[in-house]
Design a protein around this ligand. Structure first.
Ligand SMILES: [Zn+2]
Ligand SMILES: [Zn+2]
Length: 252
């Protein structure tokens, strides 16, 4: 939509907050108060972005088994009202909510962030795409791509296996379930690739996809998502404790 049209629509219908329904007085359908109250991701693991208590910067899982991607950027913790908004976006085809979430995500990047060379949204299997009618990750990637003037690759990656719904599985089963689910027909020689997903839960999907992108020549991969679940992965806390206690016992 041309920007003058955007201005015209805003002049006639000033923004209405999608959470409290108050007039927002700005070109965003979210008021300042509701925006401040969102569960922004503050302290998180430097690699996988899982929310961590203050004072911790690497989670137990990443200490012992670093993911193939360099780091994960997430705007929010996956909890109310972000969980509801994402569900509304995906299940009720509210594409404008997706655009709003992506616009908010852009605000969460650190000032020194350098945009990647290419954005690759996680592909949906064709039957899932047919059912939903759109790929939620592509909708998010489009906003980032326009804002950073970075191209998107939506043609060379495919999901070739229709996997069981990941959310119904445990972490180990998720990794097994997703193995071999993607195919890539392109060389990403030397490029810094950002994988775009809506929600990262255990990280099994983005881990598998990042491995494949690196195997196709990428120099590095990063993950960008709207929200990260706060769920502690199996054994994570005990691994962190083990690691910390090892130093304590060495008198450090
Ligand atoms: Zn509001
Ligand atoms: Zn981590």
């Amino acid at each position: 939509m041309p920007s003058w049209m955007d201005d015209l629509i805003f002049a006639i219908l000033p923004g209405t907050c999608i959470i409290c329904e108050a007039s927002t007085h700005r070109k965003l359908d979210l008021c300042v108060k509701c925006e401040l109250e969102l569960p922004w991701l503050n302290n998180a693991c430097l690699h996988c972005s899982i929310p961590l208590p203050d004072g911790n910067n690497v989670c137990g899982q990443c200490l012992f088994n670093k993911p193939p991607f360099t780091r994960c950027y997430s705007g929010f913790v996956y909890k109310y009202p972000i969980d509801r908004l994402i569900l509304d976006f995906k299940e009720n085809q509210k594409l404008l909510i997706g655009k709003l979430l992506a616009t908010l995500l852009l605000k969460s990047f650190p000032e020194n962030f350098t945009p990647p060379d290419l954005l690759v949204p996680i592909p949906l299997h064709k039957s899932a795409l047919k059912k939903r009618g759109f790929n939620q990750s592509l909708e998010i990637a489009e906003v980032l791509s326009g804002n950073w003037s970075v191209p998107m690759d939506t043609r060379n990656c495919r999901r070739i296996v229709e996997t069981t719904q990941q959310k119904s599985l445990h972490q180990k089963d998720r990794a097994n379930n997703i193995r071999g689910a993607f195919a890539i027909e392109k060389s990403y020689q030397g490029e810094r690739i950002a994988i775009i997903d809506d929600v990262v839960t255990t990280g099994a999907t983005v881990t598998e996809f990042a491995r494949l992108i690196l195997a196709n020549g990428a120099a590095s991969t990063e993950v960008i998502c709207i929200a990260r679940t706060p769920v502690q992965r199996t054994g994570q806390r005990s691994l962190t404790d083990q690691f910390l206690s090892r130093f304590e016992h060495q008198g450090g």
